[in-house]
Design a protein around this ligand. Structure first.
Ligand SMILES: Cc1ncc(COP(=O)(O)O)c(C=O)c1O
Length: 415
């Protein structure tokens, strides 16, 4: 990827773009919400559709010249329906947050009540955090994971629903390593006639690939990102039954967005086609196997994991028991020096701050895309152990860096 046209016009940006490709090739992307799309998806996202205004929906646009925009959006919709089995799909949200926004805007009035997971226990900003519009427009109550087990306390959630009587219950998380029991959350919502939004942003690909149970057909609304465990480029998606289709479509456009990003929708269409290939099921299963191998080895090394393991694509390490003087930020920084890129994360019962919390979140979707297997993840876990034990030791970091370079060379990414 030499970005020759960009280079002619703007060498500074070309340098940054090439630098980013090199960075991705030469480091391990272990941020649980990241992945590497194929060159086909990159090409679609960089296509001439970026020029096209296509406000409206296929067949009902507010602009002329939309025949190819219609083709692409129809393909994305049909493929999404096949992947997740939803009756209605809207592929226009620019991001996962805007997908959630569309559901709230369609179904709630200001002042209505949201019951959702506390951010520091794995929830997301767009589920009602005070800094987000959701926290300012709606009345929000938060449920938490069981402090002992790290699992969702479904009984407590149910009791809270009965006490608070929310208009909508939000499930789906940013840092929850366990399988979600959608039926139990649906039961809590049903008990108080609340709607249920299942935000599968993190696990869209695991659900599509059969590696996590699906909330489609259980929850009223399912939202997701298209760039985390599925490799369809940056964006969002809303799924629902036909009865809500019109309300959701109106809430996305014109309710919350203007012209759709047709080039991104082309990326979604291509990424969804790739995910319909039978090999994607194996990818999803391998992503989980890799996370389990990582979790097991980290535990053997004495790390404390929230919920003591994982069922999905991520592992959440609470550093406090094993490394009381090392913050998540310290670990993130030292590991990045070796080429292991992950993020500091809050943990249930957080005693530090959201800015420099006590945990690290580690994901396997991107490494699995590169072809890493369980043995590779065990090697990565060994590197993490060595570096987090001695974050200031330059020799240790140099050794880990060499191991990372070997792993990257053995599993090439972009040319
Ligand atoms: C549970 C959840 N919902 C929504 C989002 C928002 O996605 P986006 O960054 O595409 O807006 C995220 C992002 O990480 C998430 O984890």
């Amino acid at each position: 990827m030499d970005y020759e046209h960009v280079r002619e016009v703007d060498p500074a940006v070309a340098d940054a773009l090439s630098g980013e490709v090199t960075r991705q090739n030469e480091t391990l992307a272990m941020i649980a919400s990241e992945n590497h799309v194929s060159e086909a998806v990159l090409e679609a996202q960089g296509s001439a559709l970026t020029n096209k205004y296509a406000e409206g929906y296929p067949g009902k646009r507010y602009y002329g010249g939309c025949q190819y925009a219609d083709d692409v959006e129809n393909l994305a919709i049909e493929r999404a329906k096949e992947l997740w089995g939803a009756e209605h799909v809207n592929v226009q949200p620019h991001s996962g947050t805007q997908a959630n926004q569309a559901v709230y805007f369609a179904m709630l009035d200001p002042g209505d009540k949201i019951l959702s997971m506390e951010l520091s226990h794995g929830g997301h900003l767009s589920h009602g955090h005070p800094a987000n519009f959701t926290g300012q427009l709606y009345e929000v109550e938060s449920y938490e994971v069981d402090p002992e087990t790290g699992y969702i306390d479904y009984e407590e959630l149910h009791a809270m629903a009965e006490e608070f009587e929310p208009d909508i219950v939000v499930s789906g998380y940013s840092a929850y390593p366990r399988t979600v029991d959608w039926e139990r959350i649906q039961a809590a919502a049903d008990a108080v006639d609340a709607l249920h939004l299942a935000d599968i942003a993190h696990i869209t690909g695991l659900v599509a690939g059969g590696a996590h149970p699906s909330p489609v057909g259980i929850a009223d609304f399912v939202t997701g990102s298209t760039h985390k465990t599925i490799r369809a480029g940056r964006g969002g998606i809303v799924m629902c039954d036909e009865q809500y289709a019109e309300d959701i479509d109106k809430a996305v456009f014109p309710g919350g967005q203007g012209g759709p990003l047709m080039h991104n929708i082309a990326g979604k269409a291509v990424g969804f086609k790739e995910a319909l290939d039978p090999s994607f099921e194996e990818y999803a299963a391998q992503t989980v196997r890799n996370a389990k191998a990582l979790a097991d080895r980290l535990q053997e090394h004495g790390f404390s994991l929230v919920s003591e393991g994982t069922d999905n694509h991520l592992v959440l390490v609470d550093l406090r028991p094993s490394h009381p003087d090392t913050t998540g930020g310290d670990a993130e920084e030292a590991l990045e020096e070796t080429g292991i890129v992950l993020n500091a994360n809050t943990v249930p019962g957080e005693t530090r701050s959201a800015f420099n919390p006590s945990g690290i979140r580690i994901g396997t979707p991107a490494l699995t895309t590169r072809g890493f297997d369980e043995e590779d993840l065990r090697v990565v876990a060994d590197c993490i152990k060595q570096v987090v034990d001695a974050p200031e030791d330059e020799d240790v970091k140099a050794e880990a860096e060499a191991t990372v370079a070997e792993l990257c060379d053995a599993n090439p990414l972009y040319e």
